[in-house]
Design a binder for this molecule. Sequence first.
Ligand code: ATP
Length: 503
Amino acid sequence: MRVELRNITKRFGPVVANKGVNLTIEPGQVLGLLGENGAGKSTLMNVLCGLYSPNEGEIQIDGQSVRFAGPGEAIRAGIGMVHQHFMLVPVFTVAENVILGIEPVGRFDHLDLTTARSEVSRLSAEYGLAVDPDAIIETLPVGIQQRVEIIKVLFREADVLILDEPTAVLTPQEVDEFFQIVRSLCEAGKAIVFITHKLNEILDISDRIAVIRRGEIVGTGDPKKLARPDLAEMMVGHPVDFDVARAPFVPGDVILGIQDLTVLRDDGAVAVDDISFQVRSGEVVGIAGVQGNGQSALIEALAGLRRVVSGQVRFDGTDITQASPRERHRLGIAHIPEDRQRAGLIGTFTVAENMVLDSYYAPPYSAGTSIDWGRVHTDAAAVAEQYDVRTPSVHTSAAHLSGGNQQKLVVARELSRDTRFVIAGQPTRGLDVGSIAFIHERLMAARDEGDGLLIVSSELDEIMALSDRILVMFKGRIVAEYAPHDAPVDKGDIGLAMAGARV
Ligand SMILES: Nc1ncnc2c1ncn2[C@@H]1O[C@H](COP(=O)(O)OP(=O)(O)OP(=O)(O)O)[C@@H](O)[C@H]1O
């Protein structure tokens, strides 16, 4: 099935998210769709999968013009989307999730759970998905949940699969497996649209690349003839410097001291297992590790969002083990949470309101009973501009920003005030190369001004570029430590430690 987008324009009020877009999606090929944050990738794909109707232009399938009144019609026409945020029911099994919402007509006339189970097994085997139809969703790792979403669209006989930043939630090893799956889908004749910010990935997996900037397609190309810097420049409109500029390491006094810390997961299992380490002012400590080895629980505990079972956290000599998030905020501890949707933003609040989520109650915004909204709006506009948060205005709801701009909003709020310590979980997840370079610059500026920083990232390159010291977490413990300023660090060696080979 060949799909053509012709002259698609999509506006949201004054915002032109897509402008005269022409794009062809061929069977048996991966089309890589690349664009900076807010460029209009998700909007374009939401038009294709029937969530939005375009203001202008048309979609053609095998030369025939089609119109979708909703995603149901698009999927019946063979176009399915796997969203960034999964839409599965956690307490249901895989097979139950797969048949959820299917109307009993046509091929699905006699649909029952037994048929669904065997069909899930068949699809799983055919495309190497390794998914058990009877597994309960909430017990599955994120990488497998994503495959369930893929099975859902395959089950509905999609010929075109749109994958919106599918690797953002995957570990490097899961990415390799995922690419195998994408290749086998292509071999079976499926057309894939692959959205990502990661230049290496798009070069690796695509048969053709299209770059979108400020709503318009600015170029298409053959990945074999394109290099990373070319793509980065096409994407943001100017050359991008990939290297992080580092001032010499000047460690100050210990600012954060963690002693024998133990933290549990929600299900009561040990997440952080009796660990101790320190961070100095002017030092970046990076925590490397495969996701799920206790890093998330560690930063939640340090931010005051998860209870500490035993052990102590000291900040600048004071015991803050039981301090509330607000007390930590007052001490100058910034927190960029891993999950911006759950812990970083309130979607129905405006950009300005989100900017003051943890400071609205005190001067300069409030002297007692009322909030100085004029001041809030002026400051929010200045910070949004400084951090390049692309939004029509500070009165726009955070939910209406593109994913990357939501992330920039969280980072802007946390770093634009006077900080002494920064806890950052996946600070650049979902960001384009230009924004990553900018956020790295801001984090290094905080370090050079004397802040201590603790950074958790599943991107090993990011950890290596930013850290003065690297700790590797495995099964809740620190299993290796590296000091790049003392001795060169071998990436392969860190990889082994991450896989538990240094225990
Ligand atoms: N529902 C909406 N209402 C208003 N504006 C919107 C809506 N959805 C998207 N936009 C705006 O349209 C533009 C394109 O956003 P889109 O989400 O398509 O970008 P993107 O390329 O997918 O970005 P990212 O990589 O950050 O996810 C942005 O300016 C965004 O703020």
